[in-house]
Design a protein around this ligand. Structure first.
Ligand code: ZN
Ligand code: ZN
Length: 337
């Protein structure tokens, strides 16, 4: 089968012909139909973060396809089911986090396309219990970005407890942000989109943003404070400076949700006096659970969200990465098989 392979952190990604994997106990073999490119895949390929994957590996954690074979002991899925392979490849199922509904915090989790091979390939094996069924009303093309960009931002809006009529500032309106702003609206919020690309801001307006700010030409902190400040700011851009801006755009009682992961071990310099006196909250939010993803699919099946994608072929992986990094892709690249 054809697969994208990271051979080391300094080379271009390779398209290799590798054997189709065999599903082990409790696993399923998925034949890919659509597979999204997440910024995390690029960080993985470059070894950007303190915890690094081990090359060679196949990246990808937005994989959608039909189950073609079952490993031993699989009773909850059938051949032919269409499922999503997401970042949470598996978790232990029995620790305090797993049992408390926070499987995304499990210390024994495996991550697709990072600690185990992922979905940027014609086939992938995945834990049967951790693939999420895709409803018929959701296309594979749309389901791919929903499996990471969607569930991650849905969860961010959920943990921020956005209430109707609150102001939500979305820092970075690309792959994640174009969905974040829709979930903020579903929760009843007014939305401010912040980015440095006018094409992305135009997309944000089309998707219902109440205000947009180009942070390259306008100071977003001053502009948001002028509008009364943000009740919730969601940091989705992989730039430490934009986290600082997001924090400073909060009004009293505001909540900052940190979602993006800038390269290196970036820090946020938190002014203690301001945080205490103004009752601000800082929240870290990592992807979402299987239940969250099922909710995301349900909302999309009901026509409540729109997914913006650019179709590519797997051979175009390196060009696609360049296009994402240069800001040329408005939202999400999806590889079609
Ligand atoms: Zn992702
Ligand atoms: Zn666990």
């Amino acid at each position: 089968m054809k697969a994208v392979v990271v051979t080391d952190f300094n080379s271009a990604l390779e398209i290799q012909d590798v054997p189709v994997p065999t599903p082990g106990h409790g696993q399923v073999l998925v034949r890919m139909e659509s597979s999204g490119l997440c910024h995390t895949d690029i960080h993985a390929a470059h070894g950007d973060w303190p915890v690094k994957p081990r090359p060679p590996f196949i990246p990808g954690h937005e994989g959608i396809g039909h189950i073609e074979a079952l490993g031993a002991g699989v009773t909850t899925r059938s051949v032919g089911d269409r499922v999503a392979i997401a970042w949470l490849g598996s978790a232990c199922g029995c620790c305090r986090h797993c049992m408390g509904g926070w499987e995304t915090l499990c210390e024994s989790q495996e991550n697709s396309g990072y600690s185990i091979n992922g979905a940027l390939a014609e086939y992938a094996v995945a834990a049967a219990a951790y693939v999420t069924p895709v409803p018929d009303a959701v296309s594979s093309t749309d389901a791919a970005p929903l499996s990471c960009a969607g569930v991650t931002t849905y969860k961010a809006i959920k943990v921020a407890r956005v209430a109707p009529a609150e102001t939500v500032a979305i820092f970075g309106v690309g792959g994640l942000g174009h969905l974040a702003l829709q979930y903020a609206r579903i929760a009843g919020g007014f939305v401010i989109g912040v980015d440095i690309e006018d094409t992305k801001l135009a997309m944000a307006t089309e998707l219902g943003a109440d205000h947009v700010i180009n942070a390259r030409t306008t100071d977003p902190v001053a502009a948001i404070q002028e509008l009364g400040g943000a009740d919730v700011a969601v940091a989705l851009a992989a730039s430490a400076a934009s986290f600082d801006q997001a924090y400073r755009s909060l009004r009293r009682g505001g909540r900052l949700v940190c979602v993006a992961l800038p390269a290196g071990n970036a820090t946020l310099n938190l002014p203690i006096f301001d945080t205490v006196l103004n009752g601000k909250t800082v929240i870290g939010s990592i992807v979402g659970t299987r239940n969250d993803l099922a909710d995301v699919f349900k909302l999309h099946a009901a026509g409540r969200t729109k997914v913006i994608t650019v179709d590519r072929k797997l051979d175009e992986i390196n060009q696609s990465i360049e296009d994402v990094l240069s800001g040329a892709i408005p939202a999400r690249v999806v590889f079609q098989f």
